[in-house]
Design a protein around this ligand. Structure first.
Ligand SMILES: N[C@@H](CCC(=O)N[C@@H](CS)C(=O)NCC(=O)O)C(=O)O
Length: 95
């Protein structure tokens, strides 16, 4: 199952979360807070900038919210996220 490190109040996390919901992909939310030091440590290890969201899908790690959205679109195989209002004008329209 896909795991996503984030915080409920973090805007960049929500960009990725909206794409997850749009794709209807089941995922585990791995919250970043002092009660979950193992998640904070994982983000320090996985993300060179230490920033989140960080998506983990088996052996694949994806950082940067825009890259996460593109990854999920490939995962869905529908390109529906990039053609939706999430990316106005649609990246697909330019490719
Ligand atoms: N360009 C990054 C920005 C990510 C970002 O700034 N995330 C914030 C949370 S919304 C963060 O990690 N803040 C903690 C920090 O900067 O140390 C993306 O799009 O994912």
């Amino acid at each position: 199952m896909i795991g996503i490190y984030g915080h409920p109040f973090a805007a960049f996390y929500w960009q990725a979360a909206i794409a997850l919901y749009e794709c209807a992909v089941p995922f585990e939310f791995l919250t970043l807070d002092p009660e979950h030091p193992e998640n904070l440590e994982a983000v320090r290890r996985l993300s060179p900038t230490g920033r989140f969201p960080v998506l983990v899908d088996g052996e694949h790690t994806v950082i940067e919210s825009a890259a996460v959205i593109e990854y999920l679109d490939l995962h869905c195989g529908t390109r529906r996220v990039l053609e939706s209002a999430i990316v106005p004008g649609g990246i697909c329209a330019r490719s």
